[in-house]
Design a protein around this ligand. Sequence first.
Ligand code: AP5
Ligand code: MG
Length: 191
Amino acid sequence: MFNLILFGPPGSGKGTQSEKLIAKYGLKHLSTGDLLRSEIAQQTALGLEAKKIMDKGHLVPDEVVIGMISSALDANPDAKGFLFDGFPRTAAQAEALDKLLDLKKTSINVMLALEVSEEELVKRLLKRGETSSRSDDTNEAVIRQRIAVYHSKTAAVADYYKGFDKAVYLKGEGTVEEIFGRICGEVDSRL
Ligand code: AP5
Ligand code: MG
């Protein structure tokens, strides 16, 4: 199995690059943001609770997203590998993921972190907010709050993987194709 974490702040291109990576490498895409938005669309109790938190730019509780990832891993026993997008986002989530993968006799191969300046992130997300249905993209204050949460809670997740020599930083600015090329170079050297 090949298990990859695509890491980076809101708007760094995780979702955009994930689409291309799953097509090329046949990995199963697990995005906690997408899973939460699907709960919101279905108006489940979990989705309604999560929406209130997401609209403020805060993180949904660890146990909620860990439970979602655990179910998704169980639901895909034949996957060639997983691409984690937007997860893990806290040190507790990273530790829980290692335990879940250990139970399945597998582990994370590499964490690729996309680096993008804050002004570029805000620009990209405000632009998407003009047309998307994501309510957390329409307001600059919420976008900046999401970036602040990334620095205060999520950036430390990279240190966790650095400790295992599994963290690689890549320039996340340039064209989508240029960035995809950088990511594929790192993946191919580890396959
Ligand atoms: P989530 O859905 O994960 O969103 P996010 O991390 O805030 O990031 P985005 O999805 O907005 O950005 P992205 O990096 O995927 O970039 P994209 O490719 O879309 O999380 C949303 C919320 O859910 C969180 O705030 C939290 O509340 C909750 N949540 C989710 N996971 C959680 C967890 N594990 N724990 C707790 N809570 C959790 O690109 C962005 C835009 O830029 C697009 O319009 C795209 O077209 C454009 N773009 C992409 N690449 C380029 C490029 N190279 N040049 C120019 N534009 C580009
Ligand atoms: Mg995304």
